[in-house]
Design a protein around this ligand. Structure first.
Ligand code: AMP
Ligand code: ZN
Length: 469
């Protein structure tokens, strides 16, 4: 198996990836907080997870991946109470919207999508272990993590804990960056109607950080090979996850490789709900933008580089996708001349593919990968411009593009046949004629043919009409 190197935020270096079990690579990614539509920034983080998955598969690993759904936090409680709904009723449509967005962007399904509110027993277990190690204190019914008692606090983010005043606390799920304080593990109910669980550690609800530590445990029993999230989660969220999981179970390994993806910006500022500078996928689709072009744009920058979102960039991405697609269309067209259609054979060995893998092996160097893709496009176009392209060569190139698309997920390998309206009118007329003559076999054949080229027939009061799918 070829080696991959990932930048591990824990060491600050690129490290050779060695999962505990290659046939079960455990990856946990912080997912959405479901109180609204995801914005393109969130989707960039989720697309990074998709890229990671596709690359792991391309290198022969078998991934076992999780993205959690945060279905309880201050915002969700505030909004659901305002609408008089319980947490499930309120979050359900947003979970669905999240899944639809992933589908539109051709993001592959992961093995697990746990919800925080399904992991309460594991949260209680973690708190009890933390208590047994003297890491928890109580204040007004809520339980807090005493970070000064955890010797490795700060090892991921490099945050300086020395200036911290012992006993200063955070109660909310929203934090000031770089402000080091004890964080809440379990929140005592403060207002009437607030969601609360009656547990052996008292009534209340979980703090945000505890959720992820618990879901990792629920899915994997102990820790994972890779943990991902946006860079904004490094501190305090991931630092606190480490404090919880390693503080509660010091004998276990929690996370071996931490991978953080950079932000999507708008005019140089992080795209964020709170700033109002965001776009949702639906906003753009409504404007006629194809999701595959958005996918390409968000994937085309290296995951550890910031990416500034502009409409011009989106147009450039659309241009790039059609440039690759046009080349594939030409190859498909050429193949059809010898009466063949393209059907990828899985597991074909292609030496040229090694160069592409090489780029990805270097901490998912997508820019280098894409540079090779455009080299291949250029070279293939030149090849096709020659007089007599060779069938085997055409198929080989198509296979290579097919492998490329196992990573990019934006291309089509079906030959598009341009059919003129007048030709369709003629086929429809022939079909009507066949029906009139009770030649049903012929009528069915013509219907199938129309269907094949993407034409739907509709019986209306004004007679038979056709439209394109
Ligand atoms: P949230 O739904 O706010 O909990 O965020 C879900 C994921 O999106 C997290 O991994 C965040 O780090 C990530 N995220 C939020 N804003 C951005 C952004 N502007 N660019 C990239 N990732 C983001
Ligand atoms: Zn998390």
């Amino acid at each position: 198996m070829k080696e991959i190197r990932f930048h591990n935020s824990l060491s600050g270096n690129k490290e050779v990836f060695r999962p505990e079990f290659p046939d079960r690579v455990r990856v946990y990614s912080c997912g959405p907080t479901v109180y609204n539509f995801a914005h393109l920034g969130n989707l960039r983080a989720f697309l990074f997870v998709d890229l990671l998955r596709r690359v792991l598969v391309a290198f022969g690993y078998k991934p076992d991946m999780t993205m959690n759904i945060t279905d309880i936090d201050d915002k969700i409680i505030r909004e659901s109470m305002a609408q008089g709904k319980n947490i499930r009723e309120f979050t359900e449509p947003w979970v669905k919207a999240f899944q639809e967005d992933l589908e539109s962007l051709n993001i592959q399904k992961l093995e697990h999508y746990p919800r925080a509110t399904d992991s309460i027993p594991s949260m209680i277990e973690i708190i009890k272990h933390l208590q047994s190690h003297g890491l928890v204190y109580e204040k007004d019914g809520s339980l807090y993590y005493s970070i000064s008692k955890f010797k490795n606090y700060g090892k991921l983010s490099g945050i300086d804990v020395s200036g911290m005043k012992t006993g200063t606390r955070y109660d909310t799920d929203e934090y000031d960056k770089d402000d080091v304080r004890d964080f809440v593990l379990w929140k005592f109910p403060k207002q009437e109607g607030e969601p609360s669980w009656d547990t052996e550690i008292g009534p209340g609800r979980p703090g945000w950080h505890l959720e992820c530590s618990a879901m990792v445990r629920d899915v994997y029993g102990s820790g994972v090979d890779i943990h991902t999230g946006g860079v904004d989660l490094t501190f305090p969220h991931h630092e606190n996850e480490i404090a919880q999981s390693e503080g509660a179970f010091p004998e276990e390994s929690f996370v071996k490789y931490w991978l953080h993806s950079e932000h999507l910006l708008v005019n140089g500022e992080k795209m964020a709900k709170s700033k109002g500078n965001f776009f949702t996928l639906r906003d753009l689709v409504k404007d006629g933008i194809e999701p595959r072009n958005i996918r390409f744009l968000l994937l085309s920058a290296h995951y550890r580089s910031k990416l500034n979102f502009t409409k011009e960039r989106l147009e450039e991405a659309a241009g790039s996708v059609s440039k690759i697609q046009n080349c594939i269309n030409r190859l498909l067209e050429e193949l059809s001349k010898s009466g063949k259609t393209f059907q990828s054979k899985t597991n074909v060995e292609l030496t040229a593919w090694d160069e592409f893998l090489e780029s990805l092996a270097d901490d998912l160097n997508i820019s280098k990968f894409l540079a090779s893709v455009f080299e291949l496009v250029k070279d293939s176009n030149q090849y096709l411009d020659q007089n007599s392209p060779n069938e085997d060569e055409i198929v080989k190139r198509l296979e290579l593009f097919y492998k490329i698309d196992s990573i990019l997920g934006v291309l089509s390998f079906e030959r598009k046949v341009e059919v003129l309206d007048s030709e369709i009118d003629e086929l429809v007329r022939q079909r009507q004629e066949a029906r009139k003559n009770k030649n049903f076999a012929e009528a069915d054949r013509l219907r199938d043919k129309l269907n094949e080229i993407g034409i739907i027939l509709e019986d209306t009061k004004e007679g038979l009409r056709w439209k394109r799918k």
